[in-house]
Write a protein that binds this ligand. Sequence first.
Ligand SMILES: [Fe+2]
Ligand SMILES: [Fe+2]
Length: 181
Amino acid sequence: MTIVDEIIQLFEERGNGLYFGEQVTETEHALQAAHLAREAGASNAMILGALLHDIGHLLHSQGEDIADHGVDAKHEDEGAEFLAGKFPPLVVDCVRLHVPAKRYLCAVEPQYLAGLSPVSQRSLELQGGPMTAHEVAEFEAEPHFREAVQARRWDDQAKVVGLQVPSVESYRSLLEASVTE
Ligand SMILES: [Fe+2]
Ligand SMILES: [Fe+2]
């Protein structure tokens, strides 16, 4: 099985649970994020970063109510490890940095926190809260921090109940063209 088959299977078989207390499924959330990226005219790597940002949630069997149990699953690191070496660094960084990007935006944009969904506000605490000034400086030293912040905004908007967007399968050729190994 190729990495692309594996990804598509993860979405199809494990992506149907609700996205951590939101009213869309994991797969709907991923597809909406990717669609927003595409509509914005983003690069292929950014579209895939948006599509795959939460793939870490599908790699383990922890329940969807994990935030209620006070556990931070570190899904961003699990997802990035899964993709590392198989997709371009920008794709991997959009995945790895999507939680830091939220903590970053909470620190640098006063109005950002208020715009997050209640679930996302609650998980922020588990994820370490807003970044400190030192963490902000470290984050801004990441080569892809701007892209990660942009991908985060699509992530935040990708929670629309009932929105019709293209399927996982429609990303197959883009995924296949982007595999680096
Ligand atoms: Fe996430
Ligand atoms: Fe997400």
